[in-house]
Design a protein around this ligand. Structure first.
Ligand SMILES: Cc1ncc(COP(=O)(O)O)c(C=O)c1O
Length: 377
């Protein structure tokens, strides 16, 4: 796709395979940030009504990206961890309640739930390394389970969870369903309504091709109403902008989770990044991401010294492919990671191996040769 060549003029000495950590910005995002900086320097906030239009546009794009019912379900937070904290400290827990999650979660989706221990809330972590990760989670649920929380795609192994099955179970058993979608939004299609998600959280800086410091916090209206608020300010009230009013109520929309001035720079950047997904189409993005992952899976399979850590069944892998070298221990993998990085293969050392995460624009043609020049196999 020509548009992708124009949008991703990465330096020739880099093979960028790190969208599961911090992604690359498209050209249009760089342009939007530059233009916004110029505007601030030359005109200050004289055009603030336009800025608010851009903010509304971003909420619309996020609504479409997750198939929310309404833009009222979209709040903008600082990051995934903040959004998860708003959920964890918004629920009215009773001692003896429990939360079910998995043993592969990124620390953001574990620590916050562990922090509820002094309220008498137990966190149960299912071992999802077997053939049926969803059953492993669901069998830990009982009548005191208030919430099930899981990553749509696991950050280390790249395991893709069956959200529809988990969400349906939660709906049937009157449990809240929380999805950390940071490893799939912008890579795979997502449908918050179809999977019965109550909450969906995801920062922009990975697959969504945006900057750090701005994240989606989706909440379904009925679930949102169950959260006690823990942050307050002028921006989260129903009659925002009515500064003289002494009485106030929280906004009916998810804006109630946004206490003060928005991250307008992040809004401009992410709005530009998401416009690219709309132009290309998320179905085509997903196809290309999965095709790249399959190329990597087949390549790992073809190398006798390499072993796949990620799943290889269709539907179980997404954009992340993690593998190990049979001759290397933990330290050896850390050293291999440093050599790959020094050679311009930008990747991560995760789950006891090397994690590659290319995106829609990535070309992997040169990877085997580049890899072999570093690692004799
Ligand atoms: C699954 C998952 N959740 C959350 C995060 C990051 O959270 P935050 O946006 O709070 O930095 C990561 C980053 O690697 C992640 O992989």
């Amino acid at each position: 796709m020509n548009i992708l060549i124009e949008e991703f003029p990465l330096d020739d000495d880099l093979l960028y395979l790190n969208h599961a950590a911090v992604g690359v910005w498209p050209r249009r995002t760089r342009d939007a940030v530059r233009a916004f900086a110029d505007e601030n320097m030359f005109r200050g906030a004289a055009g603030y009504p336009e800025w608010m239009k851009t903010e509304r546009e971003l909420r619309g794009r996020l609504k479409r990206l997750v198939n929310a019912e309404s833009t009222d379900d979209i709040a903008l937070c600082k990051n995934t961890s903040e959004a998860l904290s708003l959920i964890a400290y918004g629920i009215d827990w009773k001692s003896g309640d429990n939360i079910v999650s998995s043993n592969q979660e990124f620390p953001s989706n574990r620590i916050v739930w562990e922090s509820l221990k002094d309220k008498g809330v137990e966190l149960r972590l299912a071992d999802i390394s077997g053939d049926d990760p969803e059953t492993a989670m669901l069998t830990l649920c009982d009548e005191r389970t208030r919430l099930l929380t899981v990553s749509s795609v696991q950050y280390g192994t790249g395991l893709c969870m069956d959200l529809n099955r988990l969400g349906q179970f939660c709906q049937n058993h009157n449990m809240l369903f929380c999805v950390d979608a940071i490893q799939s939004l912008g890579a795979l299609q997502f449908d918050a309504q179809a999977c019965h998600a109550d909450f969906v959280v995801a920062d922009a800086h990975k697959w969504m091709l945006g900057p750090e410091g701005i994240s989606l916090f989706y909440s379904r209206a009925e679930a949102r109403d169950q959260l006690k608020l823990s942050q307050f300010g002028w921006h989260m009230v129903e009659r925002v902008g009515d500064f003289d009013a002494l009485d106030w109520t929280p906004a009916g929309s998810a804006r109630r989770f946004e206490p003060g001035s928005p991250n307008m720079l992040g809004i401009y950047a992410l709005n530009a990044s998401l416009s690219l997904f709309e132009e290309v189409g998320m179905d085509r993005v997903e196809q290309a991401v999965l095709a790249n992952a399959k190329v990597l899976i087949d390549w790992v399979d073809s190398e006798a010294q390499l072993e796949l850590i990620s799943p290889d069944q269709s539907g179980r892998y997404a954009g992340i492919v993690t593998f190990c070298h049979k001759g290397l221990d933990r330290e050896g993998h850390a050293a291999l990671y440093r050599r790959l990085m020094a050679a311009g293969i930008i990747c991560a050392n995760r789950a006891g191996g090397i994690r590659f995460a290319p995106h829609v624009y990535s070309s992997l043609d040169n990877l085997p040769e580049a890899f072999h020049s570093i690692v004799p196999l």
